[in-house]
Design a protein around this ligand. Structure first.
Ligand code: NAD
Length: 255
């Protein structure tokens, strides 16, 4: 992909204060993209400072960056955020639905509230964001919507019925929306990362992590930057004829 291929474009990335979202924000900025860094307040950590640090790094790459604190489960707040981002950046070309959580439990122990919260953040959050940007993209006859699904949507995982359902839901959402808006010049795709080295996977006990790595053909965890490369590709003109697809970035874990 040519360097600075996203010059003049602007993107909103949810959950971009750390991990994969942060890597996508920086990768798009490397391509010249203006970026809105969405983040949410979390107990025991200063996500505002982390988001601002990401924004600073984006500015150092010569791109405009703004931060927006919003919980993606709050539809009204998401609508306000999109309005703010369009006002500040002038337009919105790219939406990356990255915000996501896990609440792992086998089904027999899974509380309804842990089912609900995972669906609300991972799936309904993406609906709120896409719903808020779609009219703007339709009017401009251009858009890229990229949602971060998971290999778990494709192959399942013990203790992740809620997470797997939310991530498989994103794939169904993506395919239907892709058909709805294709004629408006908007593409809608998913990335299904495998086992990526972030705080989400660092929370998994070391012995289980080692067992998972042993099943990965490339014999290692992926890096957030390797997911970000796929996002930069799908956001670029090089991917103009790709829509309704799921791009796996999983080291061969699932084929
Ligand atoms: P992470 O926990 O490091 O980052 C998640 C981000 O989402 C954080 O910035 C967090 O603040 C944000 N977030 C959480 N709830 C939110 C809410 N309600 N509103 C707004 N933001 C919210 O995890 P990560 O590994 O970087 O995961 C990023 C995405 O990639 C998630 O959707 C995750 O499910 C997906 N994913 C991760 C892996 C992996 O192996 N790490 C694999 C497949 C898919």
């Amino acid at each position: 992909m040519s360097s600075r291929g996203l010059e003049g474009k602007s993107a909103l990335i949810t959950g971009a204060s750390r991990g994969i979202g942060r890597a996508i924000a920086l990768r798009l900025a490397e391509e010249g993209c203006q970026v809105a860094v969405n983040y949410v307040a979390e107990q025991g950590r200063d996500n505002a400072a982390e988001a601002e640090a990401v924004a600073e790094q984006i500015r150092a790459l010569g791109c405009q960056a703004i931060c927006a604190e919003v919980d993606v489960t709050d539809q009204e707040a998401v609508e306000d955020m999109v309005e703010y981002v369009i006002a500040r950046l002038g337009k919105l070309d790219i939406l990356v639905n990255n915000a996501g959580i896990t609440r792992d439990r086998t089904l027999k122990k899974l509380a309804k509230q842990d089912w609900d919260r995972v669906i609300e953040v991972n799936l309904t959050g993406a609906f709120h964001c896409a719903r808020a940007v779609i009219e703007h993209m339709r009017e401009r006859r251009y858009g890229r919507i990229i949602s971060i699904s998971s290999v778990v949507a494709l192959m399942g995982n013990i203790g992740q019925t809620n997470y797997g359902a939310s991530k498989a839901g994103l794939i169904g959402f993506t395919r239907s929306l892709a058909r709805e808006v294709a004629r408006r010049g908007i593409t809608v795709n998913c990335i299904a990362p495998g086992f990526i080295d972030t705080e989400m996977t660092q929370a998994i006990p070391r012995d289980i992590r080692e067992q998972i790595v042993a099943t990965i053909p490339l014999a290692r965890m992926g890096l957030p930057e390797e997911v970000a490369n796929a996002a930069a590709f799908l956001a670029s003109d090089a991917a103009s004829y790709i829509t309704g697809q799921v791009l796996s970035v999983n080291g061969g874990l699932h084929m």
